[in-house]
Design a binder for this molecule. Sequence first.
Ligand code: NOJ
Ligand code: CA
Length: 690
Amino acid sequence: MKQYFINILMVSLVLLTSCKDDSKNTIHSPDQNIQVNVEVNKAGQPIYSVIFNGEKLITNAALGLKINGIDLSSGVQMKKVSISTVKDKWEPVWGQYAEINNYYNQGIISLEKDNLQIDVTFRVYNDGLGFRYTIQGEGEAIVNSEATQFNMASDNKTWWIAPCWENDEYIYQTTLLSEITEELRNQSAPEGHAQYFPCATGFNTPVTMKTPAGNYLSIHEAALVNYPGSSLCLNPENLEINMAAAGKPGEIAKVNLPFSTPWRTITVGKKAGDLIESSLILNLNEPNKLEDVSFIKPMKYVGIWWEMHVKKSTWELEGSKNHGANTANVKRYIDFAAENGFGGVLVEGWNKGWNGWVNFDYTQPYADFDMDELSAYAQSKGIEIIGHHETGGQVENYERQLEDAYQYYQDHGVHAVKTGYVGKIENHYHYDQWMVNHYNHTVKLAAQHQIAVNTHEPIKPSGLSRTYPNLLSGEGMRGQEFNAWSDGTTLNHHTILPFTRNLAGPMDYTPGIFDLQLVNSVNKDYKKLKTDEERKNYPFKHRVKSTLAHQLGLYVVFYSPIQMAADLPENYAGIDALQFIKDVPVDWSDTKVLDAEIGEFCTIARKDKQSDNWFVGGITNQDAREETISFDFLDDDASYECTLYSDDAKADWDLNPTLYNITKKEIKKGDSIQIKLAPGGGFAISLIKK
Ligand code: NOJ
Ligand code: CA
């Protein structure tokens, strides 16, 4: 990665305070719009508050850790404060921008108790803030608990999923903080999950809120390394961090000193779209540590995947009449990818272990899957095979085989793997310290084998893909797969994800389903129906609740450097809307949120990193609406061929999801167009510079 510093301005001012316990310190963002106050109160409790855009966001929120039984959330003394400013820029290997500004004011506050010192480092940017604890000393230490709170100053509108140590594949709830109940929490998750919820009311992060004054904030974390992932518990008197135990109760992490925790992050914005445009979480991560990034390829891919989810074929060979990952079928997908300009073919169900999901073997293909032949065939067509490692939660089994598993793929020219962690992790939680270390270890080891990783049922992304850009994408939300075999997603799900899960990092949602009513798979009788009345009353087993134009819009609205064209090749045959999926890039030099309201609609424009072309995607929830696009972001004195893929006037997500129109027009900067979005609808635009 070309990491460079254009301008480093470091003003370092060190104030040595006397050991007063009422010291107050204020750190502002460079534009002065965010003010963070940190103090140790009369009881010796370190606390902070945040004001943004003139509004109090967080008040009297606790800071501190309990380490080796010493509770540094009370009775501490503030020893030292240092303030500095950093301003520089860096270039990500891939991302939403070609270049990212890193401009913040930093305050480091040293706290002491019983000869133990922790430094709390605050970095305040224009788009939010992060803080973390550094435990000074040497040797091993046990972190017993973390005291961090995010006490909200107002009763905010909140987009949230259940607090959970095991899962994020939940339905979002939209309520005021005061309306969050245990019952609603349970509604967002399948039965049986409640045992992994640390508290009756709370949420996993990123959790996003709108204040009564109309400001936005999202709480999450950055650089999650060697520490458990956090949930938040909403108690009557506070909003407090909560983590899975590392083994014994009363221990969340075992660490070597000195040790820095992940950053606690609060992204802020005056508009909902500001959250999406923020690079706060990436900025708080370490620069790229990989010397060789040549094997990391942002791309669109297809795969042997949806056909198993809609039950046309199976992962397992044993007892199956239609095993998906057979050599001939994989070749069919390779041909389809090559014909349509896609970069890769994901192959799930190729290895032994799927029968009963036990003892997965990552170097033993099924008898009808010829790895040597397929690897040569894919190479001859310029297509990457994307490997797959499902663990079924048996992570120790996976760890034992990791080295061999990656070597096997490397030997066969495979440069990307999708990993999976379905179900309860044996002896651990998905989000405990051991699992966080496992997830991070896979990424580092994969890099040594020139392999990029896309993790499903992952630890939440926390910007580590800046440091290890072979961590290309991940799941960690209710994705498209749910539409194939469950009640699926809600109609506002896609308009919430860009402001919640996707803020944490790239999201492998797998858009692009064209057979939205699944009439070619699970709802075959539907095609025989004659009247609208019959169609209205048809008991769909499962379905995708959006229009086709909405699916196209997702390629721009959802950010990920790998995007799947998830439907079956036969469902794309003869459909001219496929052209947009072929054309849309996955790596961007610029990103602008044109118009958005969380849970309602979202329109984003992005500029291709390899050309001067722009792409726009827009989606709505269940409500029809009209969107005006002003092309102010285009280059001066240039004209663009604009191709608009929009909902037909008769389209809707329910009865007519596949009705769309394609219109072409020449567009210049300053022009505008009006687009009608159907209920559950959307649109996509390509702007090719002439
Ligand atoms: C769950 C993953 O999210 C999905 O993409 C995959 O197909 C199945 N597990 C099987 O590994
Ligand atoms: Ca999943």
